[in-house]
Design a protein. Structure first.
Length: 317
């Protein structure tokens, strides 16, 4: 009897293991198409989608987002609820959704679940963020503040704004984001602002100032070296110093699916550098190109950035 039970347990374990392997192998094939998932914007254009995408949005009472969808095949549902709650709003068996607006009744974290079964079509969910009144170069100069630009191949772009007096106090990251968004037209438009993600830390390098830093992501891929920092003078919470890094990208037109997969990098690195990878490679956007950032241990170069589609070296140090 004990032998029979042991055999049953063994068969069960093997079956569970095989199921896990099959499930793991199938994950990469559950979505075919293009997908963008930024903090303020989600879009998916797919010929096949069978699975679930989960989005999280921090919303204040009265904040809203707009949903558009066109499903030509299969089944898709979208549910919206306060995180942790079982009940909310659900749209099932979606075919077409045109400019449906969901408005938060209470402040909190909201979870949006998109479930698809052998589906094809498009989905777009966009936060209805209204840009604050825009600050122009003329506003800055006439106020006595200073402004400077980078001289790029594509033209000029904002570098910094020093000692400008905002029309509102900056006391937290929400205020800081609103302040940065006030310079959207100088940074390249609303699309550039939507790629900024709070770094999560508040830096206080000197007792007189507080620093709020934003990193830049596109489709969940970090832009290497890109950063926007807003320094606020504690003696006057209206007074700011804005710095935009050289690597900041104003507009994106980029496929973030690499042609060279992560599991192919070890052989590539061995051939090119006769070296071993130190840590897990990081997918980044470097000077407008999708790239792999790779670190080595106690070797020269210590780091390389390779084009994620061609494998060519973009940077080494």
């Amino acid at each position: 009897m004990k032998k029979r039970i042991s055999v049953i347990i063994l068969i069960t374990v093997i079956a569970m293991t095989l199921a896990a392997i099959i499930s793991s192998c199938g994950k990469g094939r559950n979505f075919k198409g293009d997908r963008v998932n930024n903090p303020d914007y989600y879009s998916a254009d797919f010929t096949y989608f069978s699975g679930e995408d989960t989005l999280v949005r921090d919303m204040q009472e009265g904040d809203s987002f707009t949903v558009n969808a066109n499903i030509t095949k299969g089944k898709v549902s979208i549910s919206i609820a306060l995180s942790g709650e079982d009940t909310g709003y659900k749209m099932s068996n979606i075919e077409n959704i045109n400019d449906y607006v969901y408005t938060a009744e209470t402040s909190g974290e909201y979870t949006i679940k998109i479930k698809a079964k052998r589906a094809a079509g498009t989905i777009e969910i966009k936060n209805n963020f209204t840009l604050p009144e825009q600050i122009t170069e003329e506003d800055i100069i006439s106020s006595g503040a200073e402004i400077s630009y980078y001289d790029l191949d594509s033209g000029t772009r904002l570098h910094n704004v020093q000692d400008y007096i905002m029309p509102f106090e900056v006391n937290n990251y929400d205020d800081a984001y609103k302040a940065v968004a006030s310079f959207a037209e100088l940074l390249g438009g609303e699309g550039a602002i939507s790629t900024l993600v709070p770094n999560g830390t508040v830096g206080i390098p000197l007792s007189e100032t507080t620093v709020y830093q934003f990193d830049q992501y596109y489709n969940d891929v970090p832009v290497y070296g890109s950063m926007v920092a807003l320094t606020v003078y504690n003696s006057d919470m209206h007074k700011i110093y804005l710095i935009v890094s050289y690597n900041f990208i104003s507009n994106f037109d980029l496929d973030t699916t690499p042609k060279i997969a992560e599991n192919e990098l070890a052989d590539l690195i061995k051939d090119k550098y006769d070296s071993e990878i130190m840590t897990a490679p990081e997918l980044v956007i470097y000077e407008g190109s999708l790239a792999w950032r790779i670190l080595f241990e106690n070797e020269a170069p210590e780091m390389v950035i390779l084009d994620a589609n061609s494998g060519s070296e973009l940077y080494a140090e």
